[in-house]
Write a protein that binds this ligand. Sequence first.
Ligand code: FAD
Ligand code: FES
Length: 321
Amino acid sequence: MSGHLNRSAFQLTSADVVSQARICREHFRLTLSCPNFADAKPGQFVQLSPETDSSQPSHRADATDSVDVCDEAIRSTATLPFLPRAFSIGGLRRNGNGCEIDIIYRVVGVATQWMATLRPTQTVSLLGPLGQAFPIIASKPNAYLVGGGVGVPPLLWLAGALTDAGINTTAVIGSTTKELLPLAHQGNPTPADDAGEARLTSTEFANANTPVVISTDDGSFGFKGNVVQAFQAHLSANNINPTSAVVYTCGPERMMQGVAEFCETKDYECYVCMERSMACGVGTCQSCVVTVKSETPPNWRYALCCTEGPIFERSQILWNQ
Ligand SMILES: Cc1cc2nc3c(=O)[nH]c(=O)nc-3n(C[C@H](O)[C@H](O)[C@H](O)COP(=O)(O)OP(=O)(O)OC[C@H]3O[C@@H](n4cnc5c(N)ncnc54)[C@H](O)[C@@H]3O)c2cc1C
Ligand code: FES
């Protein structure tokens, strides 16, 4: 597997907010500028927190930038999170030793509420890059990216890396309804109702030359059904040979389990991006265990999601345990 990195390469650094934008009803894109950031690959993540020596206010009702991306209700109640939170790197653009990093997030609690208040010129603390990357299997000509919700960010970056490696890449992205899709579609063709056809409908995936199948549970956009059904329908319509393809999935655990179990029945190579609450992100606190198979009795063990993961090969995972 070519993607796995040395775990000692991470560092704690300060990052400046470059921009903040709303992508859909509940997802935002925060772009950060880091003067120093070690080599990183898709699938890796950062631990984000307020700067410890910062006297910055937790919210800026007086933010001077014109983009009002965060609701007043969020702005007025945001407080500083005590522990850092893990976020996948959704995109990374190098400029010398430094880089710009995209983090795509959904507001669900204290830390993401605080993130939604951030504006250009503010700084945050960033630990990374952390964890293992998605392996890129150069010997297989086709890749499928199956994701939903906040599972989409690492797949966006991965799409670019796969197409750069000459791998024919297709994304299958789902949400409950159109308003919750964390992708832009303006000016692009509409997605097909038929999951068999992938189109360059999403601006972000089109930038990585990756056609997409969109599914919504309520049928408000694209294929009507969940993303696992859309993925299965796409594969059977296109008669893909399992030995020619690798599947990468990131999103809610039940969704990834559905993708992994389908891949097992059809014998597709598949990698899942597991999510756990992570206090330290570097293998110290033991808060992030994933139950995986083991060759020695009792034939299972705990793996640390932050250092052995978050990317695991599908057959390693013991789901629901
Ligand atoms: C490797 C990794 C990559 C991630 N990438 C992203 C990303 O790109 N974008 C994004 O929006 N989020 C991502 N997350 C999830 C994010 O770290 C959590 O949602 C984080 O807790 C949000 O902080 P909060 O204070 O806003 O919410 P919290 O107050 O911490 O949590 C809000 C609610 O979500 C639940 N929750 C929190 N964390 C988890 C978790 N890890 N698993 C299951 N339930 C949880 C809590 O129990 C609570 O109900 C990632 C997590 C991991 C481990
Ligand atoms: S987050 Fe602390 S050990 Fe994994």
